[in-house]
Ligand binder design. Structure first.
Ligand code: SF4
Length: 350
């Protein structure tokens, strides 16, 4: 019999579970507090639970915590972890220290099907979606291993979150549940490569999180080349969707991510076109100088190019932040720790 994973349940589902076990709904609060607020997987330690519920939980449920199979720590405190899921598949999660706060980057899929040509994760294709319970377990592991409270969650790890909409939406509701982990919706950010229909679904569902859009180009010609998804949802359609999102969600400020690739999308003309695309849009631009990995055709632009690009945006009154890939000396590109760890294992067993 397949057991229900407790860390994949919302408060309402825990109430339902108490009902099925013949216990009072109030015990859902005890479960919620222990599992999601204190990150304590030991049900026996919850003294308030009646035996009838305890026995039911032992027979029908489990709590999943992934093993950490590899980790790297950078001088700036950034920690990258490789986590093993119940079927043995591995995903990365990254803990980033910034301004005394801990941000965790969450993976939503094992691999990714989108095929961005500057992304290492894309090279292996998609293996499978993660469940909401597995994503919640990434947060549990982040808390446990860092020994600190994670303040912000960003769905910017391996995978395209909106290709796994149902599980990701469920995960967002779990982590923002005020009775559970209680992350403020303003501290949870979902980053997409631009799946337009699913972005409209986010609007309809009023998904309690921020939106980030990985734009990375200012012409369809370039975006088609580096992000094949653009052939289906070109820049004009994507930007209209962002405008519709902001209009529908009221005061929601959108994050525009722009990975800068030397000689590809980093010219002054690109910067000017980017200003035009963002004209009147309530957004923050994150400029991310590319972090090269072995075998990539792309290069990181020089600091002078990045500064000049930024200056054009600032002159046009855009809110712009240059984000260095944290922990550049560790395998900081998305998918890099996994690729290196798998390669080392193959090497050892060869
Ligand atoms: S950048 Fe994101 S969406 Fe694109 S292939 Fe990589 S993981 Fe997928």
């Amino acid at each position: 019999m397949r057991k229900t994973t407790l860390n994949g349940l919302t408060y309402d589902q825990l109430v339902e579970l108490c009902h099925l076990a013949g216990a009072k709904p109030v015990h859902a609060d005890h479960l919620m507090a222990s599992i999601f607020r204190r990150y304590n997987p030991d049900i026996d330690a919850i003294t308030e639970l009646p035996n009838v519920l305890r026995n039911y939980l032992a027979e029908h449920t489990c709590i999943f915590e992934p093993d950490c199979t590899a980790s790297q720590q950078a001088a700036d405190g950034t920690q990258k972890l490789l986590l093993k899921m119940p079927d043995g598949k591995e995903v990365e999660t990254v803990l980033i220290q910034a301004s005394g706060r801990l941000t965790q980057c969450i993976s939503s899929q094992v691999g990714c099907a989108v095929g961005c040509t500057f992304c290492l994760t894309a090279t292996a294709g998609l293996t499978r979606n993660l469940t909401a319970a597995e994503m919640a377990a990434e947060v549990f592991a982040g808390q446990r291993i860092s020994g600190r409270k994670v303040r912000n969650l960003v769905l910017m790890g391996m995978g395209e979150p909106l290709h796994n909409y149902n599980e990701v939406a469920h995960f967002v509701r779990i982590v923002t549940d005020p009775k559970g982990m209680a992350f403020s919706p303003n501290r949870v950010t979902l980053s997409t490569s631009g799946l337009v229909p699913a972005m409209y679904r986010m609007i309809e569902d009023e998904l309690p999180c921020n939106l980030a859009v990985s734009l990375n180009a200012t012409t369809d010609e370039v975006r088609n080349r580096i992000m094949p998804i653009n052939r289906k949802y070109p820049i004009a359609m994507l930007m209209q969707t962002v405008r519709d999102y902001i209009a529908a969600r009221g005061n929601k400020r959108v994050l525009i991510e722009y990975v800068m690739l030397a000689g590809i999308n980093d010219s002054p003309d690109d910067a000017t076109r980017l200003c035009e695309l963002l004209d009147g849009l309530d957004c923050t631009v994150n400029l991310l100088p590319f972090n090269p990995f072995d075998g990539t055709e792309f290069e990181r632009p020089g600091d002078d190019i990045v500064s000049a690009f930024r200056a054009v945006l600032v002159k046009a009154d855009k809110v712009v932040v240059v984000r260095e890939s944290r922990g550049r000396e560790i395998s900081a590109a998305c998918g890099q720790l996994k690729t290196e760890t798998v390669a080392t294992r193959h090497h050892r067993s060869a």
